[in-house]
Design a protein around this ligand. Structure first.
Ligand code: PAF
Length: 273
């Protein structure tokens, strides 16, 4: 739990020449996280060290209700980590000193989509990921592709601020109906869970629409999703996979990004077209 102890361990592992691989999470671990941990083991090898951080980072929540309702299941998370052979779980009470006043900004990739709909979100993500990098000092950090924009922003932060960390990306793990696994899914009960299937349906429709104009595709996807009584779309966009700039044609290699509310639960997803 202690940041200083975490850093001391990491220094020791480095002195011993052991590879350290970080899997940063906010807990409520599910199969998606387990796939990140399994990738971390492959990277670390038998002698390397896997650190899973579990910290519900308050600075990346723009909605206090979302922060309050975010599932917290540390005991179960630790059990899962033990079963997966994780070497250390870093679960600090807090990572911010009273009066913390330093921010990290990113003025290109972070401005739209999640950045626009969740003011302050990416500043919070970058602050906590930078702290985790300093405390754990990993050689690699494994992130899930579900948060596609987050990964782009962190990759830029690593590049621009010279973090000696290699970012590793793992594909999204999906439920049987295609819904992307997310810690927030536990809040989707009964009819809301059924309605959430429309997100993977939209992803499938988009994949069948390669070559279409983005304007028409966005309208079709929005209509499809909002035909469900409790679903409202925050955004649907097709972007260049590197720059995240919107494109006009949904050609192969571009990326569909979407965010929608299903009742009180906000979900995001994306796919390569
Ligand atoms: O993707 C997440 O779970 C979080 O944004 C992260 C990277 C652990 C930072 O809090």
């Amino acid at each position: 739990t202690s940041p200083q102890t975490m850093q001391r361990h990491s220094r020791g592992w480095q002195r011993d020449g052991r590879r350290v691989v970080l899997v940063p999470t906010m807990g409520a671990l599910h199969e998606g996280h387990l796939s990140l941990i399994r990738r971390a083991r492959k990277l670390a090898g038998e002698d390397g060290v896997i650190v899973v951080s579990v910290y519900v980072n308050p600075t990346q929540f723009n909605d206090p209700k979302d922060l309050k309702k975010y599932p917290r299941t540390l005991a179960a998370d630790k059990e899962l980590c033990r079963a997966e052979g994780v070497d250390a779980v870093f679960a600090p009470q807090t990572l911010y000193p009273v009066g913390a006043s330093v921010e990290i900004g990113e003025n290109d990739l972070a401005l739209q989509f999640e950045g626009e709909h969740r003011p302050g979100h990416f500043a919070g993500v970058m602050a906590v990921v930078a702290k985790l990098f300093h405390l754990v000092q990993p050689t690699e950090a494994v992130f899930g592709e579900k948060d596609f924009q987050q990964v782009a922003v962190i990759r830029r932060m690593i590049r621009d601020l010279d973090f000696p960390v290699r970012l590793i990306l793992e594909p999204t793990v999906r439920e049987v109906d295609g819904l992307a696994m997310s810690s927030r899914n536990v809040r989707l009960k009964g009819r809301l869970r059924e309605q959430a299937s429309v997100l993977p349906a939209a992803i499938r429709l988009a994949k069948e629409s390669v070559g279409d104009s983005v304007g028409g595709l966005k309208r079709r996807l929005t209509r499809l999703m909002e035909a469900q009584p409790d679903v409202s779309v925050d955004y649907v966009e097709v972007v260049d996979a590197d720059s995240l700039r919107p494109v006009r044609k949904a050609v192969r290699g571009t990326r569909l990004l979407l965010a929608a509310r299903v009742g009180p639960v906000r979900l995001i997803d994306n796919t390569a077209l």
